[in-house]
Design a protein around this ligand. Structure first.
Ligand SMILES: Nc1ncnc2c1ncn2[C@@H]1O[C@H](COP(=O)(O)OP(=O)(O)OP(=O)(O)O)[C@@H](O)[C@H]1O
Ligand SMILES: [Mg+2]
Length: 241
């Protein structure tokens, strides 16, 4: 069995029997507001504190907003950036590329251009920072622009490949589209090496579940968690009712 990389959250490490498998791309799938961004931030923050270099590629929010939201939760990323070891890549512009874009005078598909730009940004930051940990938050807007599964697959594969070439252990977030027992699997679930699912139960309460983690023995039961002033707390020994 390969080595594990701590998730930065004690309860999650217990569920993962040590942490994420090193060098893999893991999907953090969840409904809006379930804590995907915070979970990923904790993963990077604890990692950098422990001496790993890290990159956060943010497609949902500009850097300032990320820094201040995480500071509210006790994570001072600005400080980590100053001392080195952490870099925030603002990729919000990728979403703003119109469907019909131009390179010079030449019309090009905006959604394809968005993917190429993002992969460029990721590769550039990998060369500069040489991270051990990467977060991509989130891939939804980008991949949902490709409604056909056969178009979406190569986009996800190219993204995963670009990241994996770095050897970094990566978390990618994506929005959960349907819920319930008969929900349809999303292509990014097939194409990631591990999947964490974050849910809000109808009666309130939150659950986290490891849906898959290739090559690892993990706890696949849903476990309760809460979000507090210092981030996610996961109760790895408690049952969900
Ligand atoms: N200081 C805090 N104390 C308690 N809970 C908080 C605090 N800050 C944020 N939260 C909770 O965290 C949630 C947001 O977390 P986060 O932004 O990580 O979710 P997300 O899954 O990334 O959402 P989105 O889908 O909108 O990107 C909020 O719904 C809120 O309930
Ligand atoms: Mg988010």
């Amino acid at each position: 069995m390969g080595s594990k990389v701590s998730s930065g959250i004690g309860g999650l490490d217990s569920m993962l029997k040590g942490g994420f498998p090193e060098g893999r791309a893991i999907l953090v799938l969840g409904e809006p507001g379930t804590g995907k961004t915070i979970l990923c931030a904790q993963y990077l923050y604890q990692g950098v504190k422990g001496g790993d270099r890290a990159v956060f590629v943010g497609m949902n929010e500009p850097k300032d907003r990320f820094l201040s939201e995480m500071l509210d939760l006790g994570m001072d990323f600005a400080q980590l950036e100053k001392t080195g070891g952490f870099s925030y890549v603002d990729a919000t512009e990728v979403r703003r590329i119109p469907e019909q874009a131009r390179v010079g005078r030449i019309p090009v598909g905006g959604r394809e251009l968005g993917v190429v730009n993002l992969i460029d940004m990721i590769q550039e930051s990998i060369e500069k920072v040489k991270p051990k940990r990467i977060v991509l938050d989130s891939i939804s807007d980008l991949i949902f622009r490709f409604p056909l599964i056969e178009d979406r697959r190569p986009v996800i594969l190219d993204l995963v490949e670009a990241i994996q070439s770095s050897g970094a252990t990566t978390l990618m977030t994506s929005e959960l589209l349907s819920t319930g027992d008969e929900r349809s699997l999303q292509p990014e679930e097939y194409l990631s090496e591990g999947v964490l699912l974050l849910r809000t139960l109808r009666k309130g309460g939150r659950t986290v579940q490891v849906l898959k983690m290739r090559g690892s023995d993990v706890d696949t039961s849903p476990r309760p968690y809460s979000i507090k002033g210092n981030g996610l707390e996961i109760y790895a020994t408690e049952e969900v009712y």
